[in-house]
Design a protein around this ligand. Structure first.
Ligand code: C5P
Length: 220
């Protein structure tokens, strides 16, 4: 529709894990399911935003009305995000690998008398930090996620400042919470004004509430 809360706004959302290849058949990955990020893309779209979803390898269905760009590595994710700019809103939900393998194999690595391989790692781009620090064309609202396993609010508050983003959605992903890969999330929303804690709810409900919050902040 034309008169929804986010009509006329462009959003880019990252979601899922990244895969960092070791050789043509092996990679380093993480346990992100992509679920929360896909829900955020869907929720922004329901509010009328024009959404580009940059997705790492995951089994989620593309939400209705959302433009999906599939990527594998962090560096590809960065390039796809850049290509989706300009945007009014950026929400970085992806669990981006911090490192890539610098000396992987162009061909499948073989067991050999040389013993086990040693890998060298290079740093990946920090997509959230890069977006937050853009001198020209910074999205009006940049939102990050923080997966923590202890002192969640304290760590996420520091992270918001370090990354330079406007909002951080922080959650406790300790194994016993069942949040990673699960259906529910329990989050703290961190802004310059402080932290607000939301009750445990479905990831789709977190996404809807976040999308409303985003619309409210953009308006104010
Ligand atoms: O750096 P850390 O993983 O603790 O911060 C998490 C937040 O930063 C998430 O919003 C994630 O999507 C984003 N991030 C990113 N690019 C990276 C690492 C994290 O966009 N290379």
């Amino acid at each position: 529709g034309d008169n929804l809360l986010l009509s006329g706004k462009r959003a880019v959302v990252t979601a899922g894990p990244t895969h960092e290849p070791i050789d043509p058949v092996r990679y380093i990955a993480n346990r992100s399911s992509g679920r929360q990020g896909f829900e955020v893309a869907a929720a922004l779209s329901r509010l009328g935003a024009d959404v580009t979803l940059v997705a790492g390898p995951c089994a989620q269905e593309t939400p209705a009305g959302v433009t999906r760009v599939d990527v594998e590595t962090a560096r590809e994710m960065q390039a796809a995000v850049d290509a989706a700019l300009p945007a009014d809103i950026a929400v970085c939900v992806a669990a981006v690998a911090d490192w890539h393998v610098k000396n992987g194999g162009a061909q499948k690595l073989k067991k050999s008398k040389d013993g086990t391989p040693s890998f060298e790692f290079g740093e990946n781009p920090d997509i959230l930090k890069g977006l937050s620090g853009l001198k020209k064309g910074r999205p009006a609202l940049v939102v990050g996620f923080a997966a923590e396993t202890e002192n969640v609010v304290e760590h996420a508050t520091e992270k918001r400042v370090r990354k330079g983003c406007d909002l951080i959605v922080a959650n406790d992903v300790s194994a016993q919470t069942g949040i990673m890969g699960g259906e529910y999330n329990e989050i703290h929303l961190i802004s310059a004004a402080g932290a607000e804690s939301w009750p445990k709810m479905e990831k789709s409900a977190v996404a809807d509430k976040l999308a409303l919050k985003i619309a409210e902040v953009l308006k104010g």
